[in-house]
Design a binder for this molecule. Structure first.
Ligand SMILES: NC(=O)C1=CN([C@@H]2O[C@H](COP(=O)(O)OP(=O)(O)OC[C@H]3O[C@@H](n4cnc5c(N)ncnc54)[C@H](O)[C@@H]3O)[C@@H](O)[C@H]2O)[C@@H](O)CC1
Ligand SMILES: Nc1ncnc2c1ncn2[C@@H]1O[C@H](COP(=O)(O)OP(=O)(O)O)[C@@H](O)[C@H]1O
Ligand SMILES: [K+]
Length: 464
């Protein structure tokens, strides 16, 4: 499990540590870390260009340039605001033979020291002009300039980093935006940091939490998942969600709804009935994918919410909850509910997502007393108890019709197995992402291919 800390907390921790170490010590540690990674990326090549902004981020870049000069690398620097460039860093850089230039010439690596934790908004025009013409890979200092450190939002021109070197701890940007390969350099902040603001699961965390049968297990003890999805118009959603539940645990899966024939044809092991009233007992429900939003579907949703077991409400279930707030009354507030909206579904339910996806997920979690899994390339999972988990997909192969149906099926089976709902949501998201990467292997895939890669993805998380 990896923690991520917002800039206000990082700054507070830095101030505490700075008060206890010699002046400039933190920057020296940070800059040395940048130089080590730069040397690794250069792999014997010898020309580095620095883009240096007005603050300490530029100071890190200049001190890194100093260390690289000491290793015999040719280093040039563009000072975006010469009068505000970090004075000691600039003096050291010059002393070591670094040259200040107006524009970067041909280089093998660019170090982005334009702006770090103090970044506000996209790159300003002069910085954007220097970044626009780059063709060498970029090593970002702390974060890619132009990307918001706390939200990962990119509102205009920004640096596209091959690698990012950050210091002390990860910040939200590292999980919410594309920072390339992220390297963490220890500058001694750990003891000064409070608990993290966000969490990100490692594959091993997922593997440790994933339910697998033991010697005393049978099909019932592992949790029975109910799937209330699909319609005569959209039987595929039922097939995908039920299949995903079946492939995620070895417990029993019941399907209830008008797509029973199609589900049975694809998944003979599922117990299928045409109506929710005949479904039998389950330990969790998945409701919504392809269900439709008519009166009959509302009744299905009401029945599921009244069942007193954890529910994953996806797709049309979210739209129905948005259109008809009376449906909330059917829910026992003590029974876990996980809502899995994409941005448009979120907007129906709780208004525009806005630039800050973490804040949006937290708002809705608080408002509805539910775990909210806000889907996207970076998925945010907010729990009403305040915990917030993030999952950066790292690939976009899941951006295909029906892949959300697969996610809800996986999540339903983890809820049925008794996992904590926020952990279940984060584990399902992570495995979904891994399955997309494995199935795609470089070429587009339909959701059914993602579905069939689930066992390999789960296996990956369980292999040390
Ligand atoms: N505080 C510390 O102890 C440490 C700080 N370190 C470095 O210091 C950085 C933070 O430094 P600062 O707080 O001095 O500020 P920054 O270097 O992040 O920002 C400097 C200036 O950039 C300008 N700026 C803001 N948004 C911009 C935009 N969108 N486009 C162009 N320019 C913009 C502003 O004038 C701002 O004051 C960290 O990211 C890290 O790199 C490291 O040296 C580690 C130790
Ligand atoms: N650009 C992207 N990169 C990675 N994953 C994505 C991207 N866009 C969507 N996804 C993921 O794909 C799934 C799509 O779900 P959803 O929008 O509900 O699709 P559908 O309704 O067609 O099943 C979600 O898990 C989401 O997080
Ligand atoms: K930067």
């Amino acid at each position: 499990m990896r923690g991520l800390w917002t800039t206000a907390r990082v700054r507070a921790a830095e101030e505490r540590v700075m008060a206890a170490v010699p002046p400039g010590a933190l920057m020296r540690r940070a800059a040395f870390g940048v130089a080590v990674v730069a040397a690794e990326l250069l792999a014997g090549r010898r020309r580095v260009g620095l883009l240096v902004g007005a603050g300490n981020n530029g100071g890190d870049a200049l001190w890194a340039g100093y260390h690289l000069r000491k290793r015999g690398v040719t280093v040039t620097a563009v000072l975006l605001e010469p009068s505000r460039a970090h004075a000691e860093g600039l003096a050291a850089f010059r002393r070591a033979g670094g040259r200040v230039v107006d524009r970067l010439g041909p280089v093998d690596l660019v170090v982005d020291g334009i702006v770090g934790l103090s970044a506000r908004g996209p790159l300003r025009p002069d910085a954007a002009a220097h970044v626009a013409g780059l063709d060498a890979p970029v090593l970002a200092v702390d974060l890619p300039s132009g990307v918001d450190p706390d939200t990962g939002h990119v509102a205009g021109p920004a640096v596209r980093a091959h690698t990012t070197v950050t210091f002390g701890c990860l910040k939200p940007v590292h999980a919410l935006a594309d920072c390339g390969d992220v390297r963490l350099v220890d500058i001694g902040l750990a003891d000064a940091l409070p608990g993290p603001d966000l969490l990100e699961l490692d594959p091993a965390d997922v593997g440790a939490a994933w339910p697998v049968p033991g010697p005393d297990s049978d099909k019932y003890t592992q949790g029975v998942t109910g799937v209330a999805a699909g319609s005569s118009t959209y039987p595929g959603a039922a097939v995908l969600a039920t299949g995903a539940s079946l492939l995620s645990t070895s417990g029993l899966v019941r399907y209830a709804g008008p797509a029973a024939e199609a589900v049975r044809a694809h998944w003979p092991e599922a117990i299928c009935t045409g109506s929710i009233t005949d479904a039998g007992r389950v330990q969790a429900w998945v409701v919504g994918p392809g269900l439709g939003t008519g009166l009959g579907s509302e009744q299905v949703l009401r029945t599921v919410l009244e069942a007193g077991v954890p529910v994953c409400a996806d797709a049309d279930a979210i739209t129905m909850l948005a259109n008809n707030p009376d449906l909330w009354d059917a829910r026992d507030p003590d029974t876990p509910l996980v809502l899995t909206p994409h941005d448009r579904e979120y907007e129906r339910l709780a208004g525009p997502v806005g630039e800050d996806r973490v804040a949006a997920a937290r708002r809705a979690a608080d408002k509805f007393g539910a775990v909210v899994l806000l889907k996207g390339h970076a998925t945010v999972i907010a729990s009403p108890d305040g915990r917030t988990l993030v999952n950066r997909a790292g690939n976009s192969w899941a951006a295909t019709a029906g892949s959300g149906d697969v996610l809800s099926g996986v999540l339903g089976s983890l809820l049925a197995a008794g996992l904590d709902p926020a952990l279940a949501a984060a584990c399902a998201t992570r495995v979904h992402t891994l399955a997309a990467a494995l199935a795609a292997d470089g070429a587009p895939i339909p959701a059914s291919a993602l579905l069939h890669a689930l066992p390999d993805a789960i296996r990956t998380t369980r292999t040390p």
